[in-house]
Design a protein around this ligand. Structure first.
Ligand code: SF4
Ligand code: SF4
Length: 352
């Protein structure tokens, strides 16, 4: 796949950045991180080309070292001439309107060739995390939740930021690890591993994401990053697919409903009463503090021995679900939202 997607242009002696999904310290059986064997294959290829592989990411939780250890990556690459380096320094890049200047990991920008190795996972906020979204890991550390906060409840705006970040890094090739994928309330511990047995590669991450949507039986433009790319003139639906890609009929997507719609005066009410909110299964909570440290809206606090959410402040980014190491958080629709939806469904059935 690397050879077919332009790997032959890797120059001897150059540094090649390998960017897996290293969200959190988790073993490969959880499907949270890119499988270490996929990373190793990419590293071996780079070494064969006479270049220098560097494996980097900026995990949302846990230290980089811990993620390397828990994911099995450190062991899997023992003895290989590879540099592991957490993204640290950033460079300001002008990505155009509306964000203009964003800070992106310097290592990702200066590498002569970038191998993007996303994991196929469901995503409570954005439906799926695939090729384009994986590059958001090149935004360093707490800048990631800061951007969540700045884009607020506007998923379309956040999708645009994801596409613009991806275009700034411009990965040379993207290989999606969908061998053991994740469905349900991903991309963290709330998701369920699902064996799909696929590896998909492209030198265009948007095309890859569109192809994956087709494979999962959904309209490619229901994925907001693809929609944003289309609006930016970056999505070409006339793609060619080589090899077999069977339709997956029963992939479990997280339920995504628009965060706000209709007249502006109703937005507050909708967010409070209709939109899924993070809730905690207190018996699973270890009060580790990862969620409140990461929450971009400062909407989580510890009250007595239980964590508590300020739903007025919460922007429904679901970052807390993503970073909870114990799967104690889930997204749940408020009671009134469930009732309204039932009425709407009933009404639709009546009309049909
Ligand atoms: S909900 Fe999860 S992340 Fe938050 S304190 Fe509890 S265990 Fe830690
Ligand atoms: S409470 Fe969770 S969903 Fe709400 S803003 Fe904080 S991290 Fe995002």
């Amino acid at each position: 796949m690397l050879e077919m997607c332009g790997g032959s242009s890797i120059k001897r002696g150059s540094v090649v950045l390998v960017k897996p999904n290293l969200l959190a310290p988790a073993g490969p059986e959880t499907a949270i991180v890119t499988h270490p064997h996929i990373v190793r294959a990419a590293v071996e290829y780079v070494i064969e080309k006479g270049a220098h592989p560097q494996v980097s990411d900026s995990p949302a939780i846990g230290s980089f070292e811990k993620v390397l250890e828990k994911s099995g990556l450190r062991d899997c690459l023992r003895g290989y001439d590879v540099v592991f380096r957490e993204f640290g320094e950033s460079t300001v890049v002008d990505v155009g309107e509306p964000f203009k200047k964003i800070e992106v990991a310097r290592d990702a920008l200066k590498a002569s060739f970038v191998i993007n190795l996303p994991k196929l996972k469901s995503h409570t906020q954005m439906l799926l995390t695939l090729g384009v979204k994986n590059i958001y890991g090149c935004i360093v550390g707490l800048r990631k939740p800061e951007w969540h906060f700045r884009t607020g409840v506007n998923r379309a705006l956040f999708a645009k930021l994801l596409v613009q970040t991806c275009m700034a890094v411009n990965p040379s090739v993207t290989i999606l690890d969908g061998i053991l994928a994740m469905e349900g309330q991903g991309p963290g511990r709330g998701g369920i591993p699902r064996r799909l047995g696929v590896l998909i590669a492209s030198n265009n991450p948007v095309s890859l994401d569109m192809a994956v949507c087709r494979m999962l039986g959904i309209d490619p433009f229901s994925l907001m990053t693809n929609r944003a790319a289309l609006d930016m003139g970056l999505a070409d639906s006339a793609m060619e697919i080589e090899g077999e890609m069977s339709l997956v009929r029963d992939f479990k997507f997280p339920e995504i409903i628009p965060l706000v719609f209709g007249p502006k005066s109703m937005h507050g009410f909708m967010r409070r009463h209709l939109v899924q909110r993070p809730v905690c299964t207190h018996s699973n909570c270890h009060r580790c503090g990862e969620c409140w440290r990461y929450c971009p809206a400062r909407a989580i606090s510890l009250k007595g021995r239980k964590i508590s959410f300020d739903y007025e402040k919460c922007i429904r980014c679901y970052c807390c679900l993503e970073v909870c190491p114990y799967g104690a958080l889930r997204a749940e629709e408020p009671g009134i939202g469930r009732v309204i939806k039932k009425i709407m469904r009933y009404d639709r059935q009546e009309q049909e």
